[in-house]
Design a protein around this ligand. Structure first.
Ligand SMILES: Nc1ncnc2c1ncn2[C@@H]1O[C@H](COP(=O)(O)OP(=O)(O)O)[C@@H](O)[C@H]1O
Ligand SMILES: [Mg+2]
Length: 261
């Protein structure tokens, strides 16, 4: 069964693009045909994040009726496919977001998972991705303003007939994760799918235009994201091959000191 997820938030900068790119890469690494699409057509940055900023055909041209979506699909990391959006203002003005649903219908013919990176806020362009996905995943930072904005987005999603699957807490600090999780579930009324810690390697990897799950696979953020991807893809724990640095060191130490008292 093909699954279409829209990755949304209320506020900008919570980590939607980071989550879309890394969750998509991880799903592809688990052998799932995965396409990620940048529906943030006004402030597109998925192309920039992956070094695809100079491609000839983007979602802009497709939404303007000038190109076929199959010509806007590019190879991304880990066998993932990417439909970037253009960065020109003119391209944005000519793009008609009403066409997104038709684009989605064409893409689901050729993939197992489609992840749509949604714009922040509650603009007209932002509402369409919330309505057309099977499920919406909200990316929320552990701050009150981010939670309040996510709640607005959740309500908006339901108003337009969409469905919120749950929340990803991103940039979690050292505060008690379980307490934050419970608060978030209570306020938003949906489950927490996973928690991604604040991790300097996310930015470091971005400077190489590479997803953190590829550049730093043992980093805490990578381990968290890969576990979420495995959960979404229904991969059993023994086949995930996801291991934290601590667990790796523990195993390594065991081998090293085997037989010693
Ligand atoms: N878990 C994280 N740890 C550290 N930095 C992060 C994390 N997630 C995202 N960031 C950084 O936060 C910034 C905003 O992330 P981005 O994914 O572009 O947000 P959005 O798409 O929601 O606007 C980027 O500079 C990104 O590298
Ligand atoms: Mg973004």
């Amino acid at each position: 069964m093909v699954r279409v997820f829209t990755i949304a938030s209320g506020k900008g900068g919570t980590g939607k693009t980071t989550v879309t790119v890394n969750l998509g890469t991880s799903l592809a690494q688990f052998g799932k045909n995965t396409i990620i699409m940048d529906a943030d057509i006004g402030m597109a940055n998925m192309g920039l994040a992956l070094g695809l900023e100079d491609v000839p055909v983007t979602l802009h041209e497709v939404l303007a009726g000038k190109a076929n979506v199959h010509d806007a699909i590019y190879d991304g990391p880990g066998d993932m496919k990417v439909v970037p959006s253009g960065i020109s203002l003119q391209g944005f003005q000519q793009a008609n977001p009403e066409r997104l649903k038709d684009v989605m219908k064409e893409l689901v013919e050729v993939c197992d998972f489609l992840l749509i990176d949604a714009p922040a806020g509650i603009s007209r362009d932002g509402v369409i991705p919330l309505a057309i996905a099977d499920d919406v995943i909200l990316v929320v930072n552990p701050e009150l303003s981010s939670i309040v904005d996510a709640l607005k987005t959740k309500i908006l999603t339901e108003v337009v007939g969409g469905h919120v699957l749950g929340v990803i807490i991103n940039r979690a600090g050292i505060e008690k994760t379980e307490v934050v999780k419970q608060k978030m579930e209570k306020v938003l009324g949906v489950k927490v799918i996973g928690t991604i810690p604040e991790d300097p390697n996310v930015r470091k990897a971005a400077s190489f235009k590479t997803p953190v799950v590829i550049k730093y696979p043992l980093s805490p953020s990578s381990v968290a994201i890969k576990n979420m991807a495995a959960e979404l893809a229904g991969i059993p724990i023994e086949h995930r091959g996801v291991e934290s640095k601590d667990r790796f060191i523990e195993r390594f130490a065991k081998v090293l000191f085997r037989g010693r008292k």
